[in-house]
Write a protein that binds this ligand. Structure first.
Ligand SMILES: [Ca+2]
Ligand SMILES: [Ca+2]
Ligand SMILES: [Ca+2]
Length: 232
């Protein structure tokens, strides 16, 4: 004779009743993270963030370089039109067009902008107004080329890294005057000397019968590997 009292069916199937107060006891085998595990996770997240940041910076630099290259090529196309219209490319210095009291910085690009902004002989060839700057904060005594700006500031065009472009007419490649070589690329940087680009082996100049138009690239220094130039 079995003296055990059988458990009623309704009690066998019911889930365990949590203790009063709502606290659920931890399951067997469940535990929190150790300090080492947390540190490893934090390290991995840190590495992933660093890798992503490097990737984003590289992508942005690449986009800026592409955009700068496209602008250099647009200016180059407009320069061909200018030469057709005027019989020559813009001079490296507005001194050649009668300007006086130039401050001898950024002369090439200032002459380039002034000539392309002229509204004479068929009108303005290129505006690029979102790239206009005047980092050396100078002005001419008068409006030399009949530019459309409405004041006498000597403006420059900048690349996508915020540095002014370099321009030089081919007749000055061999013997640039001192006032054609000095560039202040941005408001935050010191003046730097530039020189026309040559093939180091043959000593021939790039684009020898026309002009040189360049960007100093992200590093803000002329003559380094990140420089960009118009597709001659
Ligand atoms: Ca200047
Ligand atoms: Ca200027
Ligand atoms: Ca450079």
């Amino acid at each position: 004779m079995n003296s055990q009292i059988p458990t009623p069916k309704s009690q066998q199937d019911s889930p365990p009743i949590p203790p009063k107060g709502g606290a659920v006891p931890p399951c067997r085998g469940q535990r929190g993270f150790t300090l080492i595990e947390l540190l490893v996770v934090i390290c991995i997240i840190g590495i992933l963030v660093a890798l992503t940041t490097v990737g984003i910076v590289k992508a942005l630099d690449s986009a800026r370089s592409s955009s700068t290259q496209s602008v250099l090529d647009s200016i180059s196309g407009a320069l061909a039109q200018y030469a057709q219209r005027w019989g020559d490319y813009p001079p490296t210095s507005l001194q050649d067009l009668g300007a006086s009291n130039l401050n001898d910085k950024n002369n090439g690009v200032e002459s380039l902008v002034a000539c392309m902004a002229s509204d004479l002989k068929g009108g303005i060839l290129l505006k690029l107004e979102d790239r206009l700057s005047n980092v050396d904060e100078d002005s001419a005594g008068k409006n030399i080329t009949h530019w459309y700006f409405g004041d006498n500031q000597l403006r420059e065009w900048t690349d996508d890294f915020g540095n002014v472009l370099i321009y030089m007419h081919h007749k000055d490649f061999a013997k640039p005057r001192a006032n054609m070589s000095l560039y202040k690329f941005s408001k935050d940087t010191e003046e730097q000397k530039t020189a026309p680009e040559q093939n180091p082996a043959t000593k021939t100049y790039s684009n020898p019968d026309k002009f040189q138009l360049r960007s100093v690239g992200k590093d803000g220094k002329p003559g380094t590997s990140d420089d960009l130039r118009a597709s001659y």
